[in-house]
Write a protein that binds this ligand. Structure first.
Ligand SMILES: [Zn+2]
Length: 245
C-alpha cells in the first residue's frame, strides 16, 4: 500500500495521527479536495462551529464544487447540519457537528468506501417496505421516466438523513432511483412552489408531511404498482387476468 502523504517521512508508525495533523493547506499534501476539506473542518472550523459557502470559497479558491466535495464527507459518517437540520442556522450556514471516518488515512477511507453498508437481505427488505419505488420521485424500478422515456429507472438503497417529528435527524436506509441518487433533480423553487400551491388541500397536507420528515411516503396504490412492475411477464399476466385488466 502506498502512502500518499509526502509529509509523513520516516514511516507509517502512526499514520492516522500524523495525517490528521497534516496542515489542510500544505501543498505537499496529496489528498483531494474532500480530504483537505476534512482537515480544514477539523483544524479551522472546529466541531460545533459553523461555516458558510463563502468560507469554503475563500479556503479553496478556484476549486470548483469544493462545497460539494465537503458535503461528500457525509457519506463517510461526517455530520454537517444545514438549516433543515437545525433551525438556529441561517440559510448560508452549516454546522460541523461530528467527525466521521478518517478520510485522510487512505486505508481507512478505502475500508469505509468498500464496506457493504447493508446486507443484500436488508436491502431487499428496504425496497419491499418502500414498495419498489423511488422514495424521492416515486418512479418504480424498470419504469420509464416521464421526461425521458428512453431511460428506465434503476433502484438502489442509500443511507439518507431523515428528519423525525420534533426535529431530530436520524439516518435511514431508503430506496432511491439512480437518477435521484445522483442529484439530477429539478432545481426551480418558483416552479416547485407553484406546483405545490396548485394541489388540492389534502395533497398539500400530505406534501407538508413529506417536507417535514424530508421523506416521501409511499401510498398503497404506488406500492401495488411497484410490486406489479417487479413481476415476470407470466406473473404479470396472472395478476392482470385476476384484476380483469
Ligand atoms: Zn427517483
Amino acid at each position: 500500500m502506498s502512502i500518499h502523504y509526502t509529509g509523513a517521512v520516516g514511516g507509517y508508525r502512526d499514520g492516522e495521527a500524523v495525517m490528521k495533523t497534516a496542515a489542510w493547506n500544505d501543498p505537499a499534501l496529496q489528498g483531494g479536495t474532500m480530504v483537505r476539506g476534512a482537515l480544514w473542518l477539523v483544524q479551522e472550523v472546529g466541531i460545533g462551529n459553523t461555516f458558510t459557502k463563502e468560507d469554503i470559497r475563500q479556503a479553496f479558491p478556484g476549486i470548483a464544487q469544493a462545497d460539494r466535495r465537503i458535503r461528500d464527507l457525509r457519506d463517510f459518517g461526517w455530520i454537517l447540519h444545514t438549516r433543515a437540520d437545525d433551525a438556529s442556522l441561517t440559510r448560508e450556514q452549516n454546522r460541523f457537528v461530528t467527525e466521521g471516518v478518517a478520510v485522510w488515512n487512505p486505508r481507512e477511507r478505502r475500508a469505509a468506501a468498500s464496506a457493504p453498508t447493508i446486507s443484500s437481505k436488508a436491502r431487499d427488505d428496504v425496497m419491499a417496505r418502500d414498495g419498489f419505488v423511488c422514495t424521492i420521485c416515486g418512479i418504480a424500478g424498470g419504469e420509464g421516466y416521464p421526461d425521458d422515456a428512453m431511460l428506465t429507472a434503476v433502484l438502489a438503497v442509500s443511507s439518507r438523513p431523515v428528519r423525525l417529528p420534533g426535529g431530530a435527524t436520524t439516518r435511514e436506509f431508503v430506496t432511491e432511483c439512480k437518477r435521484c441518487r445522483a442529484g439530477q433533480r429539478e432545481r426551480d423553487a418558483d416552479g416547485a412552489l407553484a406546483d405545490a400551491l396548485a394541489l388540492p388541500t389534502a395533497d398539500i397536507d400530505r406534501l407538508i408531511q413529506w417536507i417535514r420528515q424530508e421523506k416521501r411516503d409511499v401510498s398503497a396504490l404506488e406500492r401495488a404498482w411497484g410490486r406489479y412492475l417487479r413481476l415476470t411477464p407470466a406473473a404479470r399476466a396472472a395478476v392482470r387476468a385476476r384484476l380483469g385488466a
